[in-house]
Structure formats: C-alpha cells, structure tokens
Design a protein around this ligand. Structure first.
Ligand code: 4UV
Length: 563
C-alpha cells in the first residue's frame, strides 16, 4: 500500500473544546484591536467585545433559552457581525451548530432542520419568513415558533430592528446578552474534543445532503494546520470575508482561523464586487479567500480598476477547480494595477473540515493550477476502482486519513460506512494526480456531486423534486461544463410520464424542457436551477440494481447540443 505523507511535521491536536482553542492566545493579542469589521457600515467588534459577548450569549443560550449541552442550534443568516459571535457562543456553551445555506427554500431548510434535530434557530431578520413557513409546514404552532426563533442582529449592526420583527415579539439576540457570563457561572470541563461541534450539510459522494459530524478536535486541527500552510500574522494581516460562513470553507478559514491568530476579518454580507474592492482598499486587506467565479470577476470587470488593491499579498481559491489560465490572468491584471499577490489554491471537503491540500505561496507561479501539498496530520492514498494503488504519477481516487476527517454522517451509519473504510480512509470521490514534488492536481470527479460555482448541487436533491412534477416519469441529473468553462451547470435528462413518443417533434420536446426548467425555479435554491438545460430522452440508463449510470448521461452530454 502506498501512503503519501505530508512534508510538514505532525503536531499533537489539543484535546480541548473549540472555544478554548479559539481563545487560547486571546490575552497575547491586543484585546482592543478589531476582530470583526462590517465592511459596509464600518461597525467593529474588538477582540474584547467578542470574548465578552461570546461568554454572555453562551450563558443566555444555556440559562435564558434553556439549551442543554449537545443541543443542536441552527444558524440561518448571511455573513454578519453577529455570525461569529453566535457561532463562538454555541461552541462555548457546549452546543452544536448547524449552519444552513441562506438560499434554501422552506422545503430544503425543513430537511436540514428535521435531520439535524435543531430546536433553536438563529435567523437574520430578512430570512424570518422562510423560517416561519418552514416551521409552520412542519406543524409547529405560532407559540412554538416564537419559542424556537431568535432574531440574529446586534443593536450596533442594525439601525433598528424592522418594525415587523419588533412588533412580532420575537426573541432578540440582545435579549440573551448581559444576563450573566458562562465563564463565571459554569467553568468549561475541556472534555469535548470528540464531541460533534458543527453539522454542515454535504451530499458526499451520493444521495441527499447529510449532516457532517465535525468534532471539536477536527476544527482544532484545521486551525493549527492552517497556521503552517497559510500563515497569517497579527498586526500585519487583514482578511476579507466574502465567502458564505455557513459553508465549511468560510467557516473554517474566515470565521475561525483569522480570529484564532489575532487577525481582523472584514465581513461582506454577500458578493458585491465594488464593496469587495473598496473593503480591500479601505482596510488594507492582505489576504483574500475566494472561489474561481470571484477571480473571474476581478479579471473581467472594470470595477477593480477604480481601487487600490496593492495591499493584497495572497489570494486563495478553493471549492472548485482553478484553471491555470485563470490564475495567470488574475496575476497579470493585478500587476497591471500595480498590485502583486501570490495566487494559491486549496482543496478540501466538508467531510475533511475542510483542508486536505494547500499550495505554498512560494510555489504560486511555478505550480499554478495545482492544489499543492498535503496538509499536516493527514495522509492520502490514490486508488483505482478496486481500491488498488494507482501507479506513481497516474490518476486515482484520493482517499484521506487523519486529524481532519469527520466522525461520520449524522444518523446515517450506512452512508458513513460507504464513505470511510474500517481502517479510517475517507473516500473523497475526487480523482487526483501527484507530481514528483508531492503536489496534487484534481483532475476529475468520480462522485455524482455537481458544483455550481463552488456550491454543492446534489443530483439526488433535484431528481427528487423533479419526480414530483406530474409529467415527469423518470429523471437523471448530471453537471455539464459551462460554455466559458468556468463552472458546472446542472442538467436534467427526463423521460416524460406519457413516454418519449408522446412528444414526437423536437419543438414539443423543447417546449416541455423549458416548462420543466421554469417549474423548478422557486422550488429549489437558486444555485440548483437547471442552467445546463433539460433534455428529453427515451430512457434513463440504469444498472441492473437500478442505479443511474451517470457516466452514460455524461457521454450523451458530450454529443448533444445544449438546449
Ligand atoms: O464539501 P465541499 O462543498 O467543500 C469545499 C471545500 C473547499 C475548500 C476550499 C479551500 C480550502 O483550503 C479547503 O480546505 C477547502 O468546497 O465540496 C467538496 C468538493 O469540492 C471540490 C471537490 O470535488 C470536493 O470533493 N473541490 C473543492 N476544492 C477544490 C475542488 C479544488 N481546489 N479543486 C477542485 N475541486
């Protein structure tokens, strides 16, 4: 068996809870320095603010709300100043956080809510209607809804809560603050390292979204590994936080990592290129963590030219493949603007908390397109379909073992057993090649997951919704490459209920396809829309066991003209 090991030395993973890890060096840093800054308003939380509020809110969660150790709390909010405070409080109070994608429709949110068993929901005021509709649909009474929902906004971040929210008598975040401090009332026992601290949702290699049981120790390991592979320094660096905090990439590398090393995070509620660039200029941002579509916008839009981006020293892409040309073009554009940053790439998964590999800054140019070296405390194998080692230099499925690998999928021992071998190898479903310098390139994806601009689109989700359409007999969903080759687009192959021959002309089939494409809008989150089109076919190719043969659909896609 060939096992590839990192060049970084391994280190012991602290067996404390994540709260302790985050605040371990708190007193070493200037506690009056900014920890989180709202990019739009400039409102700032100092490190002291964050610590005080965290302990106070953790107390409020336990003693005012009545949450008990291990309870699951949902967070449903775009990036905001209160986001890290709520997250840190959940960790401090010994609760478990399940952050939800803010684009979710009520039925998607209901799946995560039921599956995770979350009782309390911390929600941004603008998303309250989605939560109310979800809970009502799940049978909660108006009184119960009022007990479970907390409006997630701090007085200092909103002018005033919206009249509707205020009038509704909802529990406000502020009402849970200043009632006491968890530190004084309930000292930590430091024995939670193996407990689940977050439940982010991922479909893994197959099926519907599942709760990924990430342990305190997984995230402790991620934080310490990032200190080696992507070092940031207090007083020198500042990071811009535009990626969604509910996704493991944003959560680990924006919410947790900069804070734990004393570096401020400038928070953007959503991606707005002008606000993003003005934030870089205003706060002299040194590190930007992005996804390839943001890099594309930085290259192609005239907006960045209006700003001074010369403070940037490093830009990291992740979540989806970064084409070498994209990196090179961004480098050129930055240089044309008098800026110079190392453009690197990280690779990981929700299930690996997330870091598996990261390119070193000094290799940015020479290895552009590579996802870099293995992270500390992780080992990998590259294997073929039978679990046999790929020959050196040849592609194979990447299997990973080590400190970042999740405990398993919540309430789903079958999916866990399919994903993790008895000797601890997690099967990523990604095909990689390793070069002679120990750097990896992700060359293909074996699993069914589609990534639309780094957002997960599980085909099974879309198939289940499409089967609810009265005219859909059978369906298979795959991802196709966009014309500009920058992302995958979800595409559905559909067999009409009345049979293929019931739509004998191309015109009828196209009309049906367009109807379906429109019908799905509003029923699923926007990133799952069928941007890759709908194609009517005679039969969905399936194995003897009834499994959709997606490879055959992908072959079909290569031959077809996009509708
Ligand atoms: O579960 P998930 O949605 O997780 C992520 C995690 C992203 C990152 C980004 C930067 C990091 O440093 C890091 O540690 C983690 O997206 O989706 C996991 C799948 O996304 C694809 C791959 O198919 C994973 O199985 N993916 C993620 N990053 C890359 C990638 C990449 N750099 N290149 C190609 N595919």
């Amino acid at each position: 068996m060939t096992i590839y090991t990192p060049t970084y030395s391994s280190f012991p993973i602290p067996s404390t809870n994540l709260y302790t890890q985050l605040f371990r060096d708190h007193d070493k840093f200037d506690t009056a320095s900014p920890a989180f800054i709202d990019n739009a308003s400039g409102v700032t939380l100092t490190r002291k603010d964050v610590k005080d509020m965290t302990l106070s809110l953790a107390f409020g969660m336990r003693r005012v709300l009545g949450a008990k150790r291990g309870d699951v709390v949902m967070v449903f909010s775009p990036n905001s100043l209160s986001w890290p405070v709520v997250a840190f409080s959940i960790f401090a109070a010994g609760l478990c956080m399940t952050p939800a994608n803010t684009a979710y429709t009520p039925s998607e949110l209901a799946h995560q809510l039921k599956d995770s068993g979350a009782y309390y929901i911390f929600v941004h005021p603008a998303l309250l209607p989605v939560v109310v509709e979800t809970l009502t649909h799940l049978g909660a009474s108006p009184a119960e809804i009022k007990k479970r929902v907390v409006i997630m906004a701090l007085k200092r971040e909103v002018e005033a809560p919206t009249a509707e929210v205020d009038a509704g008598g909802w529990i406000q975040l502020e009402a849970l603050l200043n009632k006491g401090s968890l530190e004084r009332e309930e000292p930590f026992d430091g024995a939670q390292a193996e407990e689940t601290v977050t439940l982010c949702y991922s479909s893994g290699t197959t099926g519907l979204s599942k709760g990924v049981m990430t342990m305190h120790r997984n995230l402790n390991s991620q934080i310490l590994a990032t200190c080696l592979s992507f070092p940031l320094y207090a007083k020198k660096d500042a990071v811009i936080g535009v990626l969604p905090f509910y996704h493991i990439y944003g959560l680990a590398l924006l919410v947790l990592f900069p804070f734990s090393v004393g570096v401020p995070l400038v928070i953007c509620p959503r991606f707005d290129l002008a606000l993003f660039c003005s934030g870089i200029q205003k706060y002299k941002i040194t590190a930007a963590l992005v996804v390839p579509p943001i890099m594309l916008a930085l290259i192609n839009s005239p907006i960045p030219l209006k700003y001074d981006l010369s403070s940037l020293r490093i830009i990291m892409s992740g979540g989806a493949p970064l084409a070498k040309a994209l990196g090179i073009n961004l480098d050129k554009r930055l240089q044309s603007m008098g800026a110079k940053a190392d453009i690197i790439q990280g690779y990981g998964l929700t299930e690996t908390s997330p870091g598996v590999t990261m390119l070193r800054a000094e290799q940015a140019m020479s290895k552009m397109g590579s996802v870099g070296e293995l992270a500390p405390n992780m080992v990998v194998r590259l294997v073929d379909d039978d679990g046999v080692d790929a020959k050196p230099g040849e592609p194979g499925e990447l299997w990973v073992r080590g400190a970042n690998v999740m405990k398993g999928y919540l309430n789903n021992p079958t999916a866990t057993a399919d994903a993790i071998t008895p000797d601890g190898w997690f099967k990523t479903g990604d095909i990689a090649i390793r070069d002679d310098d120990g750097c990896f390139a992700i060359v293909d994806r074996k699993k069914e997951l589609i990534k639309y601009k780094a957002f997960q689109v599980p085909p099974a989700d879309l198939e289940a919704v499409l089967l609810m359409h009265p005219e859909v007999g059978d369906v298979g969903v795959i991802g196709i490459e966009s014309e500009d080759r920058t992302t995958e687009l979800p595409r559905a192959y559909i067999v009409p209920k009345s049979g293929y021959s019931s739509l004998p002309t191309q015109g009828e089939r196209e009309k049906f396809a367009l109807e379906i494409q429109k019908w799905i809008e509003g029923k699923v989150a926007r990133h799952k829309y069928l941007r890759g089109g709908v194609v009517v076919i005679e039969a969905i190719p399936k194995s003897a066991a009834g499994k959709i043969l997606r490879r055959q659909l992908r072959d079909l896609a290569k031959e077809e003209v996009r509708l």
